[in-house]
Design a protein around this ligand. Structure first.
Ligand code: NDP
Length: 327
């Protein structure tokens, strides 16, 4: 089969399409023929060596496809089943040997390409708005990168829960997408000379001076100060990523001075740690897409051989919604 590996830690150019033996499903695993693999920021962090990995590293954690064979002891799945996953090894490939415990069934009516676009960013959007900070009617929400993969999905989910969602975006085109997803206001933060002061000023204008109940910040380094300064008293900053870079260490006194604020740094793995929680989030997100209640935008699709170009586009802020690779 063909699969993409990172030869060593580095830029997008280290991604190489290689021939390798078909994987054998071990005990408790299923062999899946991949229809599409999701491209995620975690893939770029691992490629770059932000997290320690051994190289060559088989890239990709997310996808959807058809079960081709079963390893020993697998129950509840059959050959021919449609499955999707958010935490699978080496998903930029034609075939993946996946722990059955990580596979979720794709509901009837949802095509496998759309299913591949949802597990990681969709379940992230789900836990952010329904578990980390439970958005409810009356809540003002600030969400950065509103036209991104997590951004478009989290906007829809937060608005459906009754929140008033304010997003940041870096272009008018991204603003239009964010509004179509249900944002009440978008703010083009690329226009500001100083995001850390200009953004909170606009957020306060939009909230009668009070600030927002919650900020979902996946941009990190360049937005963190603005996020803290945009919160109302006892508001919560949910820092869930660093697409612009990681946030340096924080003095807890800043939470005191900001108004007894809360800061959390959550990760999807801790919100799908049990099979029950994984199935709950997956069925809500995939089910909403299958029934037409969640719009899934696939902004770009690349062949496996162009995985490097897909990473360049994601890291270069040139993508909207989901980026997929197809074998
Ligand atoms: P996106 O599709 O949102 O892409 C990232 C966006 O970040 C860009 O499109 C861009 O939007 C914005 N951005 C701002 N500054 C920069 C910069 N300097 N370089 C690159 N992008 C920048 O990505 P995802 O939806 O896949 O992920 C969003 C964030 O969520 C990432 O940080 C990711 O690591 C994190 N994440 C965290 C999870 C968790 O459980 N903690 C799980 C999944 C994702 P714009 O041009 O509008 O500014």
């Amino acid at each position: 089969m063909r699969a993409v590996v990172a030869r060593e830690a580095g830029g997008p150019e280290v991604l190489t399409l290689t021939e390798m033996p078909d994987p054998d499903p071990g005990p408790g695993q299923v062999l899946v023929r991949v229809t599409a693999a999701g491209v995620n920021f975690i893939d770029t962090y691992r490629r770059r060596g932000v997290y320690p990995m051994s190289y060559p590293h088989a890239v990709g954690v997310e996808g959807a496809g058809v079960v081709e064979s079963l390893g020993e002891g697998v129950e509840g799945l059959r050959v021919g089943d449609y499955v999707a996953w958010a935490e699978g090894p080496g998903s930029y490939a034609e075939l993946v040997a996946l722990d059955a415990a990580q596979a979720v069934r794709v509901p009837a009516g949802l095509d496998l390409t759309t299913a591949a676009a949802l597990p990681l960013q969709g379940m992230t959007a789900h836990y952010l708005v329904s578990s980390t900070f439970e958005v409810a009617p009356g809540h003002d929400v600030l969400l950065h990168a509103g036209a991104g993969g997590v951004g478009l999905l989290a906007t829809q989910l937060a608005a459906a829960r009754g929140g008033r969602v304010i997003t940041t975006v870096s272009s008018p085109e991204k603003g239009a997408l964010s509004l179509a997803a249900g944002a009440a206001h978008t703010i083009d933060y690329a226009e500001f000379s100083d995001v850390s002061t200009d953004l909170p000023r606009v957020v306060r204008e939009l909230t009668d001076g009070a600030g927002v109940h919650v900020v979902y910040d996946g941009v990190g380094r360049t937005t963190f100060d603005a996020s803290l300064a945009s919160l109302r008293r006892r508001g919560m900053l949910v820092l869930f990523g660093g697409s612009s870079g990681q946030v340096p260490p924080v003095d807890p006194q800043r939470l005191n001075r900001g108004g007894s604020l809360y800061l959390t740094r959550p990760t999807l793995g801790h919100y799908i740690a049990t099979r029950a929680e994984l199935e709950w989030r997956a069925s809500e997100v995939l089910g909403a897409a299958a029934s037409g209640n969640l719009d899934v935008r696939v902004g770009a699709t690349f062949p496996l051989a162009d995985a490097g170009a897909a990473h360049e586009a994601l890291e270069g802020r040139r993508t909207t919604g989901k980026v997929l690779l197809v074998p």
